[in-house]
Design a protein around this ligand. Structure first.
Ligand SMILES: Cc1cc2nc3c(=O)[nH]c(=O)nc-3n(C[C@H](O)[C@H](O)[C@H](O)COP(=O)(O)OP(=O)(O)OC[C@H]3O[C@@H](n4cnc5c(N)ncnc54)[C@H](O)[C@@H]3O)c2cc1C
Length: 137
């Protein structure tokens, strides 16, 4: 479900896990600047903000969740963000440059190195095949 809320980027995208996991779970995305901003408020404030957004296209009576989990990837020292992206003005060949091996000793795979499918699971898979081919070659 996609929704453009008044607060730009706040819980814009929702995914239901009912079909995939057979559980009444909703996942909400906050991307870009909003993704960074949302790392500051308390968990309760974040849940309240998400519910406020969800209740606009749905019902005011949409119940609060029984439980929740909130990621803060931007401040997680093992992550420092989520996917890479090409900002406006960046060179379209950037992923290819990032994939360039160092002295035929160090090879790179990962979503940021994939030219055509940047930021996707299948892109990661393809980048692994590409890096393995480079090593074998
Ligand atoms: C919320 C969200 C939803 C997504 N939805 C989809 C989707 O529906 N479909 C899709 O195709 N893609 C989706 N993606 C994108 C996909 O998940 C990523 O592109 C993919 O997981 C990236 O894989 P990767 O191996 O390049 O990097 P990662 O999976 O990020 O792996 C990098 C690993 O390196 C580790 N690491 C980092 N620094 C160090 C260090 N210094 N030393 C050792 N280890 C380190 C990290 O802990 C991590 O385990 C989504 C991503 C996010 C964040």
């Amino acid at each position: 479900m996609e929704y453009l809320p008044e607060k730009h980027g706040e819980s814009t995208e929702w995914e239901s896990f009912v079909q995939a996991a057979r559980k009444p779970v909703l996942l909400s995305f906050n991307a870009g600047d909003r993704g960074r901003a949302i790392e500051v408020p308390t968990d309760d404030q974040t849940v309240a903000g998400a519910l406020n957004t969800l209740r606009v296209p749905f019902s005011e009576n949409t119940p609060s969740p029984e439980d929740f989990q909130i990621t803060r990837w931007g401040s997680d020292p093992f992550v420092f963000g989520s996917c890479s992206f090409n900002p406006a003005g960046s060179h379209p060949q950037k992923p290819r440059e990032l994939a360039h091996p160092l002295r035929d000793r160090l090879y790179f795979a990962g979503e940021a190195t994939e030219q055509n499918d940047i930021g996707t699971a299948h892109g990661v898979y393809l980048s692994g095949i590409r890096a393995a081919d480079e090593i074998l070659g």
